[in-house]
Design a protein around this ligand. Structure first.
Ligand SMILES: Cc1ncc(COP(=O)(O)O)c(C=O)c1O
Length: 355
C-alpha cells in the first residue's frame, strides 16, 4: 500500500504551518485591523491593499467544475514551476534521495532538484522519444522519490505511451508526476481522470500555454487530498496574487477566446507541419501534440543565428542529447509563421549559393 506520509521527509511530518491573518479569520467584517495592511488603500488607482485568499477558494471551485476534480485535490502555484519545487522539497532528502527524469525533457526538474541538493538520475527516452518503462524501473532504488514524465513532452512534442505510464504508476516506488503543460493541444485525455486509482499520481497543468496567461504565473497540481494538504502546508501563505486570482476567474468563466486561440494554434501547427518539410534545409519535422514543433535542420546553429538577425527568435536545441541538429519552434500567428517561413527559405537560398 502506498503511504504518502512515509514518503514525506521526516522533519515535515509534524510541521505546524504558518497561520496567516486570513487563516484565522476568513469571514466578512466591517473593520479589518488584523493583517497590518494599509488601511488607506493603495499607491495605485485601483486598490490592492488587502491580502488575497491564501487558499484561492473561488478559483478552485471553478476549476473543480472545469477539470472534474474535487477542489481539495487542486493546488495552485506560482507557475507550475512552484509545485515542481515544492514536491522536491517535500519528498526528497538532500544528499540522499534523487528524482528521475527522462531526457530530452523540460529543464526545471533537474534545476529544481539541484537547487535543493537532490540528485538527478537520467533515463534517456528512446531515439524515437518513446518512454522505456523497464529502463526506468531498472534504474530505480529506495532513494528514488519522484519520477517526472512530461507528456506531451517538451521539447520533443510527443505524448508518452499510456500503457508505459500506467506500468510506472503501478511499479515506481515514489511519486509519478505527469507534467501536462501542453495537454490542451493534444488529442488525449488528462491523467486527472485516474487520480482515484493512483495515490502516487500528481498531474501538473498551467495557465501559461493554451490559456495565454504566462505573465500571471499560475500553475495547477492535481493529486490526492493528502498530497495536496502537504503542498498547502509548505507553500508560502499568499503564493497566488489577487490579480492572478481575478484574471484566472475571468479566463475560466469566459472560455470562448481560449477555445478560438486553441483552434487557431492547431490550424497553424498543421500549416507549419505541411510547409516546413518543403524547405531544402529542413530534414525532419517531428509530429507534435503541443504548441511547438521540433524541427531537424541542416546547420542548426548558423540557421538560428540567421533567424536572430531577421528578428526571429526560436530555441536552439541542437546540443541537447537526441535532439542534435534541432530547433524548437513555437507556433506563432499566421503573420509570424509567414515571416519564419520566408526567413527559412532565404537561408536555404543563401546556403545553395554558398555551395
Ligand atoms: C513541460 C513544462 N512544464 C512546466 C512549464 C512551466 O510552466 P509555468 O509557466 O506554469 O511555470 C513549462 C514551461 O515552458 C513546460 O514546458
Amino acid at each position: 500500500m502506498f503511504d504518502i506520509n512515509s514518503l514525506l521527509r521526516p522533519h515535515l511530518r509534524n510541521l505546524t504551518p504558518y497561520s496567516s491573518a486570513r487563516d484565522e479569520f476568513s469571514g466578512t467584517a466591517q473593520v479589518y485591523l488584523d493583517a497590518n495592511e494599509n488601511s488607506f488603500g493603495s499607491a495605485t488607482a485601483e486598490d490592492f491593499n488587502r491580502y488575497p485568499d491564501p487558499h484561492q477558494r473561488r478559483v478552485k471551485r471553478m476549476l473543480a467544475r472545469l477539470k472534474e476534480v474535487p477542489a481539495d485535490q487542486i493546488f495552485l502555484g506560482n507557475g507550475s514551476d512552484e509545485p515542481i519545487d515544492l514536491l522536491i522539497r517535500a519528498f526528497c532528502q538532500p544528499g540522499q534521495d534523487h528524482i528521475l527524469i527522462l531526457p530530452p525533457t523540460y529543464g526545471m526538474y533537474s534545476v529544481s532538484a539541484t537547487i535543493n541538493g537532490v540528485g538527478v538520475r537520467e533515463v534517456l527516452l528512446r531515439p524515437n522519444f518513446s518512454l522505456d518503462a523497464n529502463a526506468v524501473l531498472s534504474n530505480t532504488d529506495r532513494n528514488s522519490k519522484i519520477l517526472f514524465i512530461c507528456s506531451p513532452n517538451n521539447p520533443t512534442g510527443n505524448l508518452m505511451d499510456r500503457v508505459a505510464v500506467e506500468k510506472l504508476l503501478q511499479e515506481f516506488p515514489g511519486l509519478v508526476v505527469v507534467d501536462e503543460a501542453y495537454i490542451d493541444y493534444c488529442r488525449e485525455d488528462s491523467w486527472t481522470c485516474r487520480l482515484e486509482e493512483f495515490p502516487n499520481l500528481v498531474v501538473l497543468q498551467t495557465f501559461s500555454k493554451a490559456w495565454g496567461l504566462a505573465a500571471l504565473r499560475l500553475g495547477m497540481a492535481f493529486a490526492s487530498r493528502e498530497l495536496i494538504e502537504i503542498l498547502n502546508k509548505i507553500k508560502p501563505p499568499y503564493n497566488i496574487s489577487q490579480l492572478s486570482q481575478q484574471y484566472a476567474l475571468r479566463a475560466i468563466t469566459n472560455r470562448d477566446k481560449m477555445k478560438r486561440q486553441l483552434a487557431l494554434t492547431l490550424f497553424e501547427r498543421q500549416q507549419l507541419e505541411q510547409r516546413l518539410p518543403q524547405l531544402a534545409i529542413v530534414e525532419k519535422v517531428y509530429p507534435s501534440e503541443a504548441n511547438f514543433l521540433l524541427v531537424k535542420v541542416q546547420e542548426a546553429r548558423p540557421l538560428y543565428d540567421f533567424l536572430l538577425e531577421k528578428g526571429i527568435v526560436v530555441r536552439d536545441r541542437s546540443r541537447v542529447q537526441l535532439c542534435e541538429g534541432c530547433l524548437r519552434i513555437t507556433v506563432g500567428t499566421p503573420n509570424e509563421n509567414e515571416q519564419l517561413l520566408e526567413a527559412l527559405a532565404a537561408f536555404s537560398v543563401k546556403e545553395k549559393q554558398a555551395i
